[in-house]
Design a protein around this ligand. Structure first.
Ligand code: FE
Length: 167
């Protein structure tokens, strides 16, 4: 009787452990786009949700990164996906952080946007679909593009060199 109970206990425990491993693997492979709007609402602040999930726009000259000049990379504030390098950031005078190219072309998706009665190209994080801003063709060389981004859609990761400088 005791032996049977022990075996049952062992089987149950190993099933739970295998299940946990499977879940961890599945979570790692899960694309952020599979999150529901309710989940995003819980994870993001009200302001982040309005911009990232409802295509809002922050007021110009108010965001934390429009006049920010540290060296490093800019990540999606919703999912941590790398979007821009500080080496392609420039002062466009628009009041929003501006870059002339993404860190990698596949990291940002473009969508046609006809809201506000204008034809614009919306830019979104390719991992989670979060709204970043718009891209215009009045940027500096070498691309001639201006990726105009809401600060609130971005997180900043200092480069390891600038971390060393701080120490
Ligand atoms: Fe994202």
């Amino acid at each position: 009787m005791r032996k049977t109970t022990l075996i049952l206990l062992l089987v149950t425990m190993s099933t739970i452990l295998v299940g946990q491993n499977l879940n961890t693997t599945m979570d790692k492979n899960k694309k952020e786009t599979s999150k529901t709007e309710d989940q995003w609402k819980q994870e993001l602040t009200t302001e982040e949700y309005q911009v990232l999930r409802q295509c809002g726009t922050e007021q110009p000259f108010t965001g934390k990164y429009y006049d920010f000049k540290e060296k490093g990379s800019y990540l999606c504030a919703a999912c941590g996906h790398e979007l821009f390098s500080s080496s392609t950031k420039y002062d466009s005078g628009s009041g929003w952080p501006s870059f002339y190219q993404p860190i990698e072309s596949g990291n940002i998706d473009e969508k046609r946007d006809t809201n506000l009665g204008m034809e614009r190209i919306e830019i979104v994080c390719s991992n989670c679909g979060g709204h970043l801003g718009h891209v215009f063709n009045d940027g500096p060389q070498p691309t001639g593009l201006r990726y105009c981004v809401n600060s609130i859609s971005l997180d900043f990761k200092p480069s390891s060199n600038s971390l060393k400088e701080l120490k």
